[in-house]
Design a protein around this ligand. Structure first.
Ligand SMILES: [Fe+2]
Length: 185
């Protein structure tokens, strides 16, 4: 139990400290972005797992040993989706972790099947798409659609794309502590 409390405290500290960094090429911080995504999911009446996935989807950018923001700016993909999902996997179910692991793949998928989706991406997101492998190929689309929780993965991606609003005040991390505690394995 104390370990469970520790992990939520640890994540809260990460939001407060590393979360203040600017979110790759956007005019908001990473923490603001993640909090906006969680709030959009909550407002949409999503289940707790999706709210948690939206809240934590970019945690890979906050991990102390990751220098991926810098690497991304230098033109190299640091796979924050995998490092973040691996970090959370011991603590949360796959309903929470899979949308996090696949949020970059979901962007590549949506770009492949919907040209309008690409045109609506922020310019930073268009830039990182190139580093992340671009739009999916036909084979990749086929494999991706086999996901049993495809819809949830896509919804988290849509909150990710929408949660980039400047000057938008939303509840802080503590508003979700209880939800996260209930979801812990
Ligand atoms: Fe994001």
């Amino acid at each position: 139990m104390s370990q469970s409390v520790d992990i939520i405290d640890q994540i809260s500290d990460m939001f407060e400290q590393q979360g203040q960094a600017t979110y790759l090429g956007e005019n908001i911080s990473i923490a603001e972005h993640m909090l906006q995504c969680a709030w959009l999911a909550k407002q949409a009446g999503e289940p707790d797992e999706i709210i948690a996935a939206a809240l934590l989807h970019d945690i890979g950018h906050l991990l102390p040993r990751q220098r991926d923001n810098l690497q991304m700016l230098e033109g190299k993909d640091a796979y924050h989706q995998s490092t973040g999902a691996d970090f959370l996997a011991p603590w949360f179910s796959r309903q929470v972790v899979t949308p996090i692991r696949l949020h970059v793949a979901a962007k590549r998928y949506l770009c492949a099947i919907n040209s309008e989706y690409y045109s609506k991406l922020s310019s930073a997101s268009k830039h990182t798409l190139k580093l992340q492998g671009g739009a999916m190929s036909c084979e990749e689309i086929g494999a991706f659609e086999q996901q049993d929780n495809l819809e949830a993965v896509i919804r988290v991606r849509q909150y990710d794309d929408d949660g980039k609003r400047e000057g938008c005040s939303v509840p802080l991390f503590e508003a979700y502590s209880e939800t996260l505690a209930k979801l812990l394995r």
